[in-house]
Write a protein that binds this ligand. Structure first.
Ligand SMILES: [Zn+2]
Length: 451
């Protein structure tokens, strides 16, 4: 049926599209700013002009060389610094649970699950994806023009949101969607109602007990048109199971992102040939060396660095003085441990990127504000500012396999630009105050505009 329609419709479509092409000249925009930072080299072009044609960058250079063609729209950002649109390479746009109250936390935790995550699965998927649309818009407004959404989206929530954004139905960043997360049985939720357990789990996860089921899980996600495969590795996951996932995914040119925190699961990910290791908190120096040699990317997720979790909890629930004191101590010691991790990863020469791993509801803040706040903390942990910017632009684009499309302000790439008022290398917290956002050549936000 489909072929017959295409055959019948073809001559008509060709003539219509030729007529449209002939009538619609490209939309040209010239963006000017005092400075443009190239994260790859660290060079600053001052002053700078970027000529955009439709959704792509056509030319970049000093305003004396790159000028507006007749009819082009000019956006002058004055003293601002331009940089590529930010890439959050690890996020969860379709969940926003609140931190459980203290008593509930100790009594109602389910495996690794806070009650809000379980509720997200059993509530209406329509409600969930509409919330995802809101969080996606908020990320974009804060300068995140691309995200890699790694699970907790129901069966097709993230792929549908991606397509709705692509079609212009709702505003949001480009999304690389993973669909359902691949897990071994028992690794996330436990003690569900046995009569309903499988049905509930299948709304959110694909179980990969055994290599055959692992291959089948990849194919089920491929059927939903995912862009990346996400696996959670725990000590139950074997190398043959994960290797089957990797082989099947690579056959379809999909990369495999593996959540691995402990030494054992990190080794499983390395041995099975994962493309990136997410979190990686307990990685050893020997493992970093293996990752470097195999070209596996280390994806930092400094989500809870500093006092983030304490502030988040204080904003939603009451805490006893005892818990407050205990957590304040943990804030300090966990951050010190993270400082050491950052230094070891930088020293190892392994490729790295960064993601917010954001999935929490933070009252009074948009999702974008919360997500972006997690990047400057890498500088607090000892990462040079330029490396922080690389981790969420050029390096991230390479990890996603999209280095030909995004991550830099260069001719041929999508016109995804952000601008800040100051110098982000001198003050990395400028990233939290993005005042101009353009995605696909379309202005999303311009606080520099004078009316
Ligand atoms: Zn995550």
């Amino acid at each position: 049926m489909r072929n017959r329609f295409v055959l019948l419709a073809c001559p008509l479509l060709i003539s219509v599209s030729l007529a449209l092409t002939a009538q619609a000249p490209p939309v040209q925009t010239l963006v000017k700013a005092s400075r443009l930072l190239d994260p790859r080299t660290g060079n600053v072009l001052a002053p700078a002009a970027v000529l955009i044609e439709d959704d792509k960058i056509k030319e970049v250079g000093p305003p004396s060389k790159v000028q507006a063609p007749p009819g082009a729209k000019i956006i002058d950002l004055g003293e601002a610094t331009l940089l590529p649109g930010l890439i959050d390479s690890h996020t969860h746009l379709l969940v926003d649970p609140v931190v459980p109250a203290e008593a509930e936390r100790s009594r109602r935790y389910n495996g690794d699950f806070v009650p809000g995550l379980l509720l997200a699965i059993v509530e209406s998927p329509s409600k969930r994806v509409l919330m995802g649309a809101q969080l996606a818009r908020e990320d974009l407004e804060s300068g995140i023009t691309t995200v890699r959404n790694l699970g907790h989206s129901g069966i097709d929530g993230d792929t549908e949101l991606r397509d709705a954004i692509k079609a212009g139905r709702v505003p949001g960043p480009r999304i690389l969607a993973s669909g359902r997360k691949l897990i071994t049985r028992g690794s996330y939720i436990q003690s569900l109602n046995p009569a309903l357990a499988d049905a509930i789990l299948q709304q959110e996860f694909l179980l990969i007990d055994g290599a055959d089921r692992a291959r089948e899980a990849v194919r089920l996600n491929e059927f939903q048109n995912v862009d990346v495969i996400k696996v959670t590795a725990d000590e139950n996951l074997t190398v043959p199971e994960l290797a089957a996932v990797v082989e099947e995914a690579h056959r379809d040119h999909l990369k495999v992102a593996v959540h691995a925190v402990e030494k054992t699961s990190i080794q499983t990910a390395i041995d099975a040939g994962a493309d990136s290791i997410e979190h990686g908190n307990q990685v050893t120096d020997e493992q970093l060396k293996q990752m470097r040699d195999k070209g596996i990317v280390f994806d930092f997720t400094p989500t809870f660095y500093g006092d983030f979790f304490t502030r988040l909890t204080e904003a939603t629930v009451l805490m006893s003085p005892a818990r407050r004191e205990r957590w304040a101590k943990l804030d300090v010691s966990d951050s010190q441990t993270y400082d050491i991790l950052v230094q070891r990863v930088l020293k190892s020469g392994v490729k790295f990127a960064a993601g917010s791993d954001m999935g929490w509801y933070f009252p009074g803040k948009t999702r974008g504000q919360t997500s972006v706040s997690r990047f400057p903390v890498l500088h607090q942990a000892g990462m040079p500012s330029l490396d922080v910017i690389r981790a969420i632009t050029t390096n991230a684009a390479e990890m996603l396999g999209w280095q030909d499309r995004i991550g830099a302000i260069e001719p041929g790439k999508f016109a995804d630009l952000v601008a800040v008022a100051g110098d982000p290398v001198a003050d990395i917290t400028e990233l939290e105050r993005v005042r101009f956002v353009m995605k696909n050549g379309q202005v999303v936000r311009n606080d520099f505009a004078t009316h």
